[in-house]
Ligand binder design. Structure first.
Ligand SMILES: CCC(=O)NCCS(=O)(=O)O
Length: 295
């Protein structure tokens, strides 16, 4: 409690806050609560280089009965393996395809997404190499892709260009972190015309301070307002939302909103702000179902 306020302002300053290892029992409790509130599946975007442990995720899924869709691929350059400079396109593709078709982390659990694939701004050479390999792995397997864009409004469209030129399926790709990447409805709408899924995934983060860049982070009400504008412009089939639980302080045990905040608090706000049941169902059920289906 002594430093919770400070951690909410600077969540990434505390190494201890960045790991969910050791919190498996709490995750089980909080996913059981998620299930009681109507949740059935989560997408867990911890990729290679971020201490992914698919065996632990499998155990959590078996204990709770909540489907856990695991990710493969690589996060931002600062987390790449030391050998990344020397890894070839073919080697990167082969690692991802193995995780998707054979199983990951020595288990028989096959990954269901490539992501989140980390990109910085500007994009580094190795991140560009990973994006191209991601596109190849996607075209070989039909696996959906989730992208973490660099913190710049031009980043998402550049990434989509790279994926498209490398043969990726833009329609089966999610651009995450829209909340901290686009601040004007016109910018989101221009990007939406490219046809990717748009993911507002910081629901529950109510701190306007961003420790990485001089930007104003939106709150839940602002996220819903932006989503409503995007829905009104005809993009209801491409909107998805989530919590991006990547730190301890997002768990209920540590004073956070947990995995059930969207179901408990965001959906009622969406209703009271005029978003239809049909669109809520698309955002929570139909769109995830569509995007998580291998093409
Ligand atoms: C590891 C999860 C993640 O990338 N979250 C987004 C953090 S930020 O880049 O938007 O600050």
């Amino acid at each position: 409690m002594e430093n919770l306020g400070f951690i909410r302002q600077y969540p990434y300053n505390f190494l201890e806050n960045l790991s969910l290892h050791g919190e498996e029992n709490r995750m089980v409790e909080e996913l059981e609560f998620f299930k009681q509130n109507g949740g059935s599946s989560i997408v867990e975007c911890t990729t290679l280089g971020l201490s992914r442990d698919v065996g632990k995720l499998q155990k959590i899924s078996m204990e709770t009965g909540v489907n856990v869709i695991c990710g493969t691929g690589y996060y931002t350059a600062s987390t790449h393996p030391p050998s990344m400079d020397n890894l070839t396109h073919e080697q990167l593709v082969s690692t991802m395809v193995h995780d998707i078709t054979q199983g990951a982390d020595g288990t028989a659990v096959r990954c269901g997404v490539i992501g989140e694939v980390g990109c910085s701004w500007p994009l580094t050479d190795n991140e560009r190499k990973v994006l191209k390999a991601t596109a190849t792995a996607q075209s070989e397997t039909g696996c959906p892709v989730i992208i973490h864009p660099g913190r710049h409004t031009d980043a998402p469209s550049e990434i989509i260009r790279v994926l498209q030129e490398a043969g990726g399926d833009v329609g089966a790709t999610v651009m995450s972190h829209i909340d901290r990447t686009f601040f004007e409805p016109e910018d989101v709408l221009e990007f939406a015309s490219l046809g990717t899924y748009l993911e507002w995934d910081f629901f529950g983060l109510e701190v306007s301070h961003c420790q990485w860049a001089d930007i104003d982070m939106p709150n839940d009400a602002m996220r819903i307002k932006m989503i409503r504008q995007v829905l009104e412009e005809g993009h209801a089939d491409k909107v998805v939302i989530s919590h991006d639980v990547d730190t301890k302080h997002r768990l209920m045990h540590y004073g956070g909103h947990g995995y059930s905040h969207i179901l408990l608090n965001v959906v009622p706000m969406m209703r009271s702000r005029g978003i239809s049941e049909k669109d809520i169902n698309k955002i929570l059920v139909q769109n995830p179902k569509q995007l998580l289906t291998f093409k």
